[in-house]
Design a protein around this ligand. Structure first.
Ligand code: CTP
Length: 419
């Protein structure tokens, strides 16, 4: 891999833990690779290592105070936020993780990070019990679900006397992660990925509708992961609660029928289709143009089947010549007999992969930031993915999608892996 970081600007946030001393090595390595490194330190960090050390290593003034505006022609934290190709926090203390997870902006690092749209890499360091505290776990999951990448702490002798997980990753490991994010290969570059996410909205009248609990988070995580792997991503999105990712072509739809049309018209030229949306199987036969007034004690709503979008995509795919067939990935939300239902859906809907989860399990399914899934191909189970953030699940899925795609291209037989 080309390791040069020449022309790249890295914002390095250093927070107040003993591991702050390792940021000197990190700065020196990054500058050695040609990066422009702009260091921000919390007040606590300056107790462990002086700003002068990091200024000398980076040849840039170190920012410690958001109000210390040295150049009147710019607003420094906005200027730095805009200039960044990547923001890195090393070490990230439990306190800083909490601030970032909750959107606080009360010092130079937290304020600048709220203002930047650059990707974020976080290398935490703390006592083992702090690292395992549910509050810290929640904050890490929250940040990961928003797209932050983590270089996990190492296990070993901690400065506080404990032996356990919490030691800042070695500077070389952090540099590897930075290089991978900034100049790493983009395996989906030149590929078009279409993702559906969220729940559909089936109107009853102008003020009422039928929908479901889908938050859109799983589909968003897949769209973000595909974007970060260099794909051109189209996100067809129903009703969602989560923040829509940036850097994708967003198409907002309401009903299953609208989603069907939006997907079908964009299929030609698409390499991977991921149907993560929770599509209503039925819609009201009549959609009243005026608010329905109550009348009798009982009222029935007549429903009619919606188009099955995944099935339509699978059938469309099978009608294409081999070279134009997209890889089709469906989801199966089940509460029982997961494998049986998943394989049945895969065959019925003619998909290449099915991501199945038991939505009755804690830590899986609608609204959560984590998921527990099993990924199946035409020959059965490919991988059981234990509980992890939806972003991490998305990365696993794309790894499998990429290898299935290259296998299909090599064999031209339209069959993926499976055991
Ligand atoms: N799906 C779709 N169009 C529909 C219903 C479902 O495209 N009208 C897609 C979903 O996006 C998902 C997959 O089909 O990728 C499975 O969804 P699920 O609701 O689990 O399956 P159903 O077809 O509704 O099957 P069943 O009712 O038998 O559980």
């Amino acid at each position: 891999m080309n390791k040069s970081l020449s022309g790249k600007t890295i914002l390095l946030g250093v927070s107040g833990g003993i591991a702050a001393y390792k940021s000197a090595t990190l700065c020196s390595r990054l500058v050695g690779l040609g990066a422009i490194v702009r260091v921000m330190m919390t007040e606590g960090a300056t107790r462990f290592i002086t700003p002068l050390t990091l200024q000398t290593l980076t040849r840039y003034p170190v920012a410690t105070d958001v109000f210390d505006e040295k150049d009147a022609s710019i607003v420094q934290h906005i200027d730095w936020a805009d200039s960044a190709d990547l923001a890195v926090i090393a070490p990230a203390t439990a306190n800083l993780l909490s601030k970032l997870a909750n959107g606080l902006a009360d010092d130079m690092i937290s304020t600048t990070l709220l203002a930047t749209t650059a990707p974020l890499l976080i290398a935490p360091a703390m006592n083992v019990h702090m690292w395992e505290h549910p509050a810290v776990i929640d904050n890490v999951n929250k940040l990961a679900s928003r797209g932050a990448t983590f270089v996990e702490p190492g296990t070993g002798q901690l400065a506080c006397g404990y032996v356990g997980k919490g030691r800042l990753a070695e500077p070389d490991e952090i540099v590897e992660a930075i290089v991978a994010m900034l100049v790493g290969p983009k395996p989906l570059s030149g590929k078009r990925v279409l993702v559906t996410a969220g729940g559909t909205v089936e109107r009853i009248d102008p003020v009422r509708y039928i929908t479901n609990d889908s938050s859109g988070k799983m589909g968003f995580a897949i769209a973000e992961a595909a974007r970060d792997r260099g794909a051109e991503v189209t996100l067809i999105c129903g009703k969602t609660e989560a923040n829509v990712p940036h850097g994708v072509n967003l198409v907002k739809v309401d009903s299953a029928s609208q989603m069907h049309d939006a997907v079908m018209e964009r299929l030609p030229g698409t390499d991977i289709v991921v149907k993560a949306a929770a599509v209503a199987d039925y819609r009201p036969v009549h959609q009243a143009t005026q608010k329905i007034k109550k009348t009798d004690d009982k009222m029935s709503l007549e429903l009619v089947r919606n188009p099955d979008i995944l099935l339509a995509v699978g059938e469309w795919k099978n009608a294409q010549p081999n070279k134009d067939k997209p890889l089709v990935i469906g989801f199966a939300a089940e509460t029982n007999d997961v494998e049986k239902h998943a394989m049945d859906k895969l065959n019925r809907k003619k998909c290449d992969l099915i991501v199945a989860n038991n939505v009755a399990e804690t830590g899986a399914g609608f609204g959560t930031d984590t998921n527990i899934v099993s990924i199946y191909g035409p020959r059965g189970l490919i991988e059981n993915v234990p509980q992890m953030t939806k972003r991490a699940v998305a990365e696993k899925l794309l790894d499998i999608a990429q290898s299935t795609l290259s296998l299909q291209q090599a064999q031209g037989d339209g069959k993926g892996p499976g055991r």
